[in-house]
Design a protein around this ligand. Structure first.
Ligand SMILES: [Zn+2]
Length: 230
């Protein structure tokens, strides 16, 4: 009797001290039974979750969201690759007449704690949770995330930023520089955050383009959110 092999080998190239998205390579089994599975299901075999020093990676991609936190001790500072990419992004936009500025970048655990406490005092916890991350749950702690604004500043940090020339350009071109609009419109039920057209996360151009093309959040891509039809 022929033995059924259903092994999927996931090879992760984890850089020991890097917070950059690391290359993930999936080596699918040559087993015919596995290959006959629907693509979606096959892809779900490949999700590999690793936790290193309290930091969660899925398929080698650092993930922080409402459910998955970073430890208070995780303080990588600004990621150089992400910074370089955001500078290229802004230079491209600005050379076309836009006026991008960075409003916020790396933020430590304690800075987030301070902010969140202020927001809760001002608006109450329920409201604060709609727009602010709890300490340890902010993507800004990764050093891979930026809040982008425009020199005019009047629409900064508001949904209306998405309708400004800067916001519209960011929506269409962020992926060319390796960024995703992390909390897109219409995905609040997945991300837990209202639409934030100004908040971009660096994931590298390959993944950013893939997510953009498929209109997917990181949660969907990494199998953290199950569609109702599944
Ligand atoms: Zn932000």
């Amino acid at each position: 009797m022929k033995r059924l092999l259903t092994t999927v080998t996931a090879v992760l190239f984890l850089a020991s001290c890097s917070t950059k998205p690391v290359k993930t390579e999936l080596t699918p089994s040559t087993d015919s039974a596995l290959h006959s599975l629907p693509l979606k299901k096959l892809a779900s075999f490949g999700h590999v979750r690793t936790v290193k020093d309290g930091v969660t990676y899925i398929d080698g991609i650092l993930i922080v969201n409402k459910q998955i936190a970073l430890p208070p001790t995780y303080a990588p500072g600004e990621n150089p690759a992400a910074k370089q990419a955001v500078e290229r992004l802004m230079a491209a936009g600005n050379s076309g007449g836009l006026q991008f500025v960075i409003r916020s970048g790396y933020r430590s655990y304690s800075e987030q704690q301070h902010l969140y406490t202020e927001y809760v005092a001002r608006d109450g916890q329920q409201a604060a949770d709609q727009y602010s991350a709890r300490p340890g749950h902010s993507e800004h702690q990764t050093g891979l995330t930026f809040d982008i604004g425009s020199v005019a500043s009047v629409n900064d940090f508001t949904v209306s930023f998405g309708d400004t020339p800067e916001g519209a350009w960011l929506q269409q071109h962020a992926h060319d520089y390796g960024f995703i609009v992390r909390y897109p419109e219409g995905k609040t039920f997945i991300t837990g955050y209202q639409y934030e057209p100004w908040h971009v996360r660096y994931v590298g151009t390959a993944l950013a383009s893939e997510l953009y093309k498929n209109n997917e959040t990181l949660e969907e891509y990494l199998g953290l959110y199950k569609k109702k039809s599944q």
